[in-house]
Design a protein around this ligand. Structure first.
Ligand SMILES: [Zn+2]
Length: 191
């Protein structure tokens, strides 16, 4: 190879390597700029638009804030308009329809709220599906993904350590997310 060709090829290789290391496919990445935990790898930013969440806007902000306090590999960021996650309100059951890891739609259904379920817990739970967590109807309040099964007395909107670790693993490995709609719960049968 001629020296002139080497001078041309090396910068191109360096640029290609930087591109591979600095960015991951999907919703884009950004380095943490806040005073949070030291982050050794790029953080995936999941943007969300709660403009259609009606009276649940504050609840959604609280729920994304709770997740952000616990996560290092991924963080939610509010945007207006084009977003990875669209959050809506309707009169049905709360539910989430992921279209991939960190993308999809959440419905803040009013039916569960009217039956007494905590709206912040609902929002954090549905966002858990977007982050790749399945339903686990164990009835345990300390588990966010037990959702509806923990009953209306449960107001915990915080993921436990195992759930946090699972999300961190999902985003570090860029796992494949099974698609489908997760419904918060079915009406409790009469005793
Ligand atoms: Zn669920």
């Amino acid at each position: 190879m001629q020296p002139r060709a080497i001078r041309f090829v090396l910068p191109v290789l360096a640029l290609a390597l930087f591109t591979l290391v600095g960015f991951s496919p999907g919703s884009g990445t950004a380095l943490a700029a806040d005073g949070g935990p030291a982050r050794s790898q790029a953080t995936t930013v999941v943007t969300y638009d709660a403009g259609g969440a009606a009276e649940f806007g504050d609840v959604v902000r609280r729920a994304t804030g709770i997740w952000n306090e616990h996560l290092s590999n991924v963080e939610f960021e509010a945007v207006d308009g084009s977003a990875d996650v669209v959050i809506l309100a309707d009169d049905g059951w709360p539910r989430a329809r992921p279209t991939g890891l960190g993308t999809g739609t959440v419905w803040m259904g009013r039916q569960a709220v009217e039956e007494g379920h905590d709206p912040t817990r609902i929002a954090a739970h549905e966002l858990g599906h977007i982050l790749g967590l399945p339903d686990r109807r164990t009835g345990v309040c300390e588990e966010l993904m037990s959702g509806h099964s923990a009953g209306t007395d449960c107001t915990s909107a915080t993921p436990n350590a195992a759930e946090v670790a699972e999300v961190e693993r999902n985003f570090s490995a860029d796992v494949f997310l099974p698609l489908g709609t997760h419904v918060y719960g079915e009406p409790t049968p009469a005793p």
